[in-house]
Write a protein of this length. Structure first.
Length: 331
């Protein structure tokens, strides 16, 4: 890292909110990055007579929890050693993975793991479940009950240039939100156009993990970044380029009126504009709107307003079925 880049990094670190150190997603991020490294280190051989699952549970006072449960043993140097015999266990861990305890488990399904967590009284903690057969991790924070999927393996520490960022936004949309089967499982009831509660928060968390996992060494992605003009959904640092992007994320819902949707979209654009004004390093501000209204129709007034404010407004339509998504490519 060059001296100029280091100076940029240190200046941005100084502006981070203290609360970001306690972000509940930090544990999820640590575990998923560790699993990504593990999956790229070992050839995974799964069969009916071998375990395919393991589970990580985040605990603030992990040693006390392990002692109270009385069933866990300390895993020394776990974070750095990347042990091969990972599967078939439940791990309780500090948020940084520096202190990890484990016990064997015979669960052969996600439901079996969930039942074991309930037996142990650990359901109120952040959880990451790894399925080695599909190379997918399912995660949730301590405040949520539903699991969200992310793919593990593939390119490790890839480099993303700012000029290619928009392609990754599109890839994220296709993987997570384009259809009801997307990794974010965005719909409560797609046929009735009912999205999940707090979908904006779900989108933010999923996009955060999507970017962090693939581009850990070339990007810093900060959620709920506190700026002088407000709190940005995501702040993205392109480290070597010394470039900052801001993202404001909105969902358009069928239950909202046209006037409300227009105002909601304009608010997202105005917020993105204000974050760029408050940060000299910012080159681009996005207003990403995920459209669950059931009609794939652009809102022309938002396009005009975004152009006036020099904000990149992007609308991503959420299809009610995979069939409809497939047909969108047909003439």
């Amino acid at each position: 890292m060059s001296d100029d880049t280091l100076e940029f990094v240190e200046s941005e670190l100084a502006d981070l909110s203290v609360s970001s150190a306690d972000d509940p997603l930090n544990f999820i991020d640590e575990v998923i990055a560790w699993l990504h490294r593990w999956a790229n280190t070992y050839e995974i051989q799964i069969s009916l007579d071998k375990p395919a699952y393991c589970c990580f549970v985040g605990c603030d006072r992990v040693a006390q929890v392990a002692e109270s449960l009385g069933e866990f043993s300390l895993q020394r140097h776990f974070r750095d050693d990347t042990p091969q015999d990972l599967l078939g266990r439940v791990y309780i861990s500090s948020p940084t993975l520096h202190s990890v305890f484990s016990r064997d488990i015979a669960a052969a399904s996600i439901e079996g793991l969930e039942n074991e967590l309930e037996r142990l009284g650990l359901t109120s903690h952040a959880v990451v479940i790894f399925n080695a057969g599909s190379k997918r991790a399912l995660w949730r924070t301590a405040t949520r009950r539903e699991l969200t999927t992310i793919q593990i393996g593939g390119a490790f520490d890839a480099v993303l240039r700012s000029e290619d960022f928009e392609k990754q936004l599109k890839n994220f949309y296709v993987d997570y939100l384009a259809t009801p089967q997307g990794f974010a499982r965005p719909w409560k009831n797609a046929s009735k156009l009912k999205t999940k509660d707090e979908l904006e928060l779900e989108v933010r968390n999923c996009l955060l993990m999507f970017l962090r996992l693939q581009y850990k060494t070339s990007l810093w992605v900060i959620p709920e970044s506190h700026e002088s003009t407000g709190r940005a959904d995501l702040k993205v640092f392109f480290i070597e380029e010394r470039v900052v992007y801001f993202l404001e994320l909105k969902v358009f819902r069928a239950s909202d009126s046209e006037s409300y949707t227009l105002d909601w979209g304009k608010k997202g654009i105005a917020q993105a504009h204000s974050y760029r004004l408050a940060n000299d390093q910012c080159q681009v501000a996005y207003a990403c709107c995920y459209d669950a209204r059931g009609r794939d129709v652009e809102i022309a007034e938002l396009v005009t307003y975004a152009n006036t404010m020099n904000v990149l407004y992007r609308r991503y339509f959420m299809y009610q079925s995979s069939e409809n998504f497939h047909r969108s490519f047909m003439p």
